[in-house]
Design a protein around this ligand. Structure first.
Ligand code: MGD
Ligand code: MGD
Ligand code: SF4
Ligand code: MO
Length: 704
């Protein structure tokens, strides 16, 4: 055996970018802990990081391509797999048109340097407009707001958590999720630091979450009513004459229109709807205005709902008019070393609504259609019908709304391919599964999360372990399919491009290139480089045609009558009297980390939280099995009775349901849980952006 060595890298599981110190000997991991010298995470890591070892050693993980045959799955060579796939794709596209082939991209793509870089040319080589991804089951409203207000979908304001004096968290549970659209390793430490410097943290959530538990104040809100709360908070700013644009006073268009709009939404008017006392709303506003700096941070609770678009727009409006935009302690733009907006010209024409989905007419944006439309696009006959699909690092059968219906749609496809490391609930419908390398076998650089980070830092990690000779990385798989789709000769320059080549070029051409930023510099600094706190940079970063923020884009004006209609609605459907919302668990990440024994062990975490008064009314006892029914499905799940969930609301974890025949995640199957997305309804979307509306799914519950 050789000596024990140390390797430094960023964890690639969630958005927090924690630096890790990994001790290893030969091909074996000895220990994983937080890297004290990482300038950003400073030694922090969560329990999931240790599972990087489990993913690496997992016996269920696929390492070679497999093909579905009449006698079961069989290993085939890479060359045979590529030949068959490309033949089928080409044949289907010749028969039914280019768009008959669709692509679904899942969350791990955003955490992989190679995938992030090679998916673009991959899509181009397929020539289809039918791309779908988990973004429309997640953060699409953030991008749409950025697109219309600041001129670029990737120009997302980030909460300056390290310097703010007041943080209003709407529909986020960063103590568990470690932050999202706000990369901040050790969120819990950063939130506590706000309190230590005399500031305040307030959480608005239908559930008393772990974040709410450490906050100074928790306010229960009715699901999907956040837009009204935000309108009332903005109303208060105008009513008290407290609009203060600071250095942006000549940089904001539409202020008067906002003033007129919010006139009708006083705290007293919205109070019964949102379920928050008018006095509490007024105090929230007063506290926010009194703080030296403040920021409103809205996340999944605000974005995956029927008014996600409006919520994320109003969140930006609130930060801007209270003088907390592009300023320390407010919402700010990062300046990443790999700048995704390097070639984005101001006034660039938006792709929003460039096309509409064939069946439901939901908008295309940022190169894709909403995932909520995928099943109907496969199952509705006619010109443009999807006949074939490739999924890349995604598990929509468990993650997309009405996932069980999507499973039926997948079984009707002419041909399906998955690039994935498991035979799971989605990939079991594929004809061929191509497994790439993962985690510690890959090099790592966070292209996306540096763009949403609360501090400007930069770090590159080489692979810890060499891949086996017969393994390919995801990016090599993508590149090979592209090359074969385009019949590229072996000496084509494309064939020689690597993620590292592109990364080095981007770093050199990026904002710190003149100061010597390069891949070599990052290799020489394995703990990462601190560039510093976020700086005001709106005037350099903004991409609107006139260089101003558009406070009231027409798309939102046009969407407001839909919100107003809810205000006038008095009755709700008695058939489904409860609102179902999702929750995240500390020891699982979406649908795919449940095959790690150390993460899954212990008692079943996939339970339905029911308020104690509701439980009494329905005769439900602690631990009892209940039947939950929605308009589209039914599940059975164990009840946990608690007052942490609001009356009339129930919650269960997302990402579970590994109980299906024909999958190979054997450890996950020992604690399968049930899938929340057998209940969520693909018909429920935010009509403006097309984002899935998971929150507030109407359900009925009864003792099973
Ligand atoms: N009801 C409800 N539904 C939700 C949510 C919710 O809160 N509530 N959350 C939504 C959100 S925020 C998201 S991001 C989506 C996630 O939706 P998805 O991205 O569809 O789901 P994941 O579980 O991330 O799927 C990851 C897939 O990639 C595979 N994989 C893991 N690592 C690698 C790798 O390195 N390479 C390759 N090729 N494959 C890999 C895994 O085996 C798995 O099949 O779910 C959404 N769904
Ligand atoms: N441990 C762990 N960490 C993760 C993940 C994971 O699966 N596990 N997933 C990662 C991913 S892909 C993402 S996108 C992020 C998500 O990060 P977060 O958004 O922080 O995570 P969620 O737990 O989905 O938080 C949503 C909160 O909104 C609340 N909520 C539900 N409906 C409403 C509503 O209508 N209004 C309001 N105000 N609140 C509502 C829920 O109770 C919940 O507390 O987490 C990431 N980090
Ligand atoms: S918080 Fe996220 S990035 Fe940090 S160790 Fe945990 S899973 Fe990895
Ligand atoms: Mo996500």
């Amino acid at each position: 055996m050789s000596e024990i060595k140390t390797h430094y890298r960023n964890c690639n599981i969630c958005e927090a970018m924690c630096g890790l110190e990994i001790n290893y000997q030969d091909q074996q991991i000895i220990s994983i802990k937080g890297d004290q010298l990482d300038p950003f995470s400073q030694g922090y890591n969560c329990p999931k990081a240790l599972a990087l070892e489990d993913f690496y050693t997992d016996k269920d993980r696929l390492k070679t391509p497999i093909k579905r045959t009449e006698s079961g799955w069989q290993a085939i060579s890479w060359d045979d797999a590529f030949t068959e796939i490309v033949e089928n794709f080409k044949h289907i596209q010749q028969q039914h048109g280019k768009n008959a082939l669709a692509v679904y991209l899942g969350n791990p793509n955003a955490h992989s340097l190679g995938n992030a870089l090679f998916l673009k040319p991959f899509m181009k080589s397929l020539g289809t407009i039918n791309r779908f991804s988990s973004a429309s089951a997640d953060q699409l409203p953030h991008h749409v707001a950025a697109n219309f207000m600041f001129g670029a979908g990737m120009l997302i304001p980030v909460s300056d958590i390290d310097r703010t004096d007041f943080m209003l968290i709407i529909g986020g549970n960063p103590v568990v999720s470690n932050g999202s659209m706000m990369t901040a390793p050790n969120v819990i430490g950063r939130l506590k630091a706000i309190q230590k410097r005399g500031g305040k943290v307030v959480v608005v959530d239908p559930r008393k979450t772990r974040t709410a538990n450490i906050a100074d104040q928790h306010v229960f809100i009715r699901p999907e009513k956040d837009a009204f709360l935000l309108l009332a908070l903005i109303h208060c700013v105008f009513a008290h004459n407290k609009v203060n644009l600071r250095h942006l006073s000549d940089k904001v268009d539409g202020l008067d229109e906002i003033r007129k709009l919010v006139n009708a939404y006083s705290p007293e008017i919205v109070a019964p709807l949102v379920g928050i006392d008018a006095k509490v709303i007024r105090t929230l506003s007063t506290d926010m205005l009194a703080a030296d700096s403040a920021v409103c941070y809205s996340r999944m609770g605000a974005s995956t709902q029927t008014f996600g678009g409006i919520c994320l727009w109003l969140t930006n409006v609130l930060n801007i008019i209270t003088g907390n935009f592009d300023r320390a302690g407010g919402a700010m733009f990062p300046q990443p070393a790999f700048d995704l907006l390097r070639n984005h010209k101001p006034g660039h024409k938006t792709s929003f609504g460039q096309y509409h989905s064939r069946v439901r007419k939901l908008p295309f944006f940022n190169g894709e259609f909403p995932v909520a439309t995928l099943a109907e696009e496969i199952q509705t006959p006619g010109e443009g019908q999807i006949k074939s699909l490739i999924t890349v690092a995604g598990n929509p059968v468990l993650s997309a709304p009405s996932g069980h219906k999507l499973a039926n749609a997948f079984s009707e496809l002419d041909y399906m391919v998955s690039i994935d490391i498991y035979l799971n609930e989605t990939t079991k419908y594929a004809d061929i599964i191509l497994p790439g390398t993962t985690g510690v076998e890959n090099s790592h650089f966070d292209i996306f999360f540096n763009s949403f980070s609360v501090r400007n830092t930069v770090k590159y990690s080489p692979p810890l372990f060499e891949k086996q000779t017969d393994q390919l990385s995801d990016w090599q798989i993508l590149k090979e399919i592209s090359a074969r789709m385009l019949n590229l000769p072996a000496d084509d320059p494309m064939q020689h491009v690597t993620p590292e080549l592109i990364l080095d070029m981007e770093l050199k051409k990026g904002p710190y290139g003149q100061q010597g930023m390069s891949l070599q510099k990052l290799i020489d600094n394995p703990h990462g480089i601190d560039i510093g706190p976020l700086l005001p940079c709106l005037s350099e970063r903004i991409k609107t045609t006139n260089g101003n923020i558009d406070l009231f884009p027409t798309v939102y004006q046009d969407d407001l009558p839909r919100l107003q209609a809810v205000m006038n609605q008095t009755k709700r459907d008695n058939q489904f009297p409860f609102d179902l919302i999702s929750r995240r668990l500390v020891k699982s990440h979406n649908t795919w980390t449940q095959n790690s024994e150390r993460l899954i062990k212990g008692k079943n975490p996939c339970t339905l939280e029911v308020n104690s008064l509701d439980a009494i009314n329905l005769g439900i006892e602690q631990g009892q099995l209940v039947t939950v029914t929605s308009a589209v499905g039914e599940i059975k799940i164990e009840a946990t009775i608690t007052d942490d969930i609001q009356q009339g609301v129930v919650t269960m974890p997302q990402g579970w349901g590994h109980n299906q025949q024909g999958t190979n995640m054997s450890i996950a199957a020992t604690q399968p849980g049930v899938s929340i997305n057998d209940l969520t309804d693909a018909a429920r979307v935010d009509m403006l952006t097309g984002n899935a509306a998971f929150n507030g799914t109407p359900v009925a519950i009864k003792v099973a």
